[in-house]
Design a protein around this ligand. Structure first.
Ligand SMILES: NC(=O)c1ccc[n+]([C@@H]2O[C@H](COP(=O)([O-])OP(=O)(O)OC[C@H]3O[C@@H](n4cnc5c(N)ncnc54)[C@H](OP(=O)(O)O)[C@@H]3O)[C@@H](O)[C@H]2O)c1
Length: 306
């Protein structure tokens, strides 16, 4: 089928590659226009001719047959919001916008209502798979009205591996499920990180690459994250000495914790995993200074000067 695609970053470019390689007709636009042309050239050289580049959003819309479907894959928040408003200037009633970024589900609900007033459909697609999605397929969690989602399924099925696509429910539910997925990811990664740190500190001379690989052969904790741990230890050495222990967070962990609070659901692991990332970004902890000062005040306990 035909699809407009906006945002050819790490995710978007691979998603376009995967759909084009499955025979879909894609019109692609990127803020840095050259990237769209480079991708067209690359795919043409590989014998895939159903991708064309558009230099503007207006040109992208012009090249699509009605009713149009346009997938947006840019940073969530202001960038996605601006892109939707730009598209809105060119789309017509009956057209559909699919937001594949890591958008907050509350924004989906608001946008769905806003776009409905213009007769434009809105679908939220949570995407997982990272930079490996081109080869392995992207796991897709989709939310939206059934009559809007169903016609888009040929695209979803090309992007996803077998059984890797689910229409989760009404609008917002796709990004909601993706948010919880990422919250779980925070907790899982934190548990692995702690286990490996204990082994790293152990008096046993443990080979962490070998252990992470071992655990992927029949153990209860086997996972793709462990495969990535093996790769990281093999590439960087198990001391990971080239890396600083500084960990960003991109929203979904916070939103998962907020949702747990809003629903009175205890979620201590995900909450602590998020807060451990905050701690990782402090060179020196003010809270720890207060602790040290208090212990010194009440008990004369030793402190270290900065
Ligand atoms: N990376 C992942 O593993 C992953 C997984 C699932 C979902 N996501 C979500 O997918 C979306 C894209 O992620 P990514 O990893 O592909 O990001 P990325 O590699 O940083 O690429 C960002 C893309 O968005 C464009 N862009 C950035 N700011 C823009 C703006 N203000 N207006 C218009 N276009 C803008 C960039 O254009 P230029 O080329 O001009 O910079 C680029 O095409 C995000 O919402 C992210 O949360 C990412």
């Amino acid at each position: 089928m035909q699809l407009g695609f906006i945002g050819l970053g790490r995710m978007g470019a691979n998603m376009v590659r995967r759909t084009v390689r499955d025979g879909h007709e894609i019109v692609a636009y990127n803020r840095t226009v050259e990237k769209a042309h480079e991708l067209v050239d690359e795919e043409k050289a590989a014998g895939h001719t159903t991708l064309v580049a558009a230099d503007t959003v207006a040109a992208l819309v012009e090249q699509l047959a009605k009713p149009r479907a346009v997938w947006i894959m840019v940073p969530a928040g202001d960038a996605t919001e601006a892109q939707i408003h730009e598209l809105l200037e060119h789309l017509e009633p009956g057209d559909t916008i699919i937001d594949g970024g890591n958008t907050n589900f509350h924004d989906d609900v608001r946008r769905h209502a806003m776009l409905k007033e213009h007769g434009i459909n809105y679908v939220d697609a949570g995407v997982s798979g990272g930079i490996w999605g081109l080869a392995n397929g992207f796991c897709l969690m989709v939310g939206g009205d059934p009559e809007v989602v169903t016609p888009l399924e040929p695209i979803f099925r090309s992007l996803a591996p077998v059984d890797g696509y689910l229409h989760c429910g009404p609008v917002g539910s796709g990004h909601y499920v993706k948010m919880i997925h990422n919250g779980i990811e925070y907790g899982m990664m934190q548990a692995y990180a702690e286990g490996f740190e204990i082994m790293h500190a152990s008096e046993y001379p443990l080979d962490l690459a070998a252990i992470s690989d071992l655990w992927n052969h029949g153990s209860v904790v086997r996972s793709w994250l462990l495969e990535l741990a093996t790769d990281a230890f093999r590439k960087g050495g198990q001391d990971l000495s080239e890396l600083k222990g500084w960990v960003a967070d991109s929203g979904e962990g916070r939103w998962t914790v907020q949702e747990a609070i809003d629903r009175d659901v205890p979620a201590p692991i995900i909450t602590l995993a998020l807060q451990t990332r905050f701690r990782s970004r402090q060179d020196d902890s003010y809270g720890a200074k207060v602790l040290a000062a208090l212990r010194n005040e009440f008990g004369g306990h030793a402190v270290k000067n900065s």
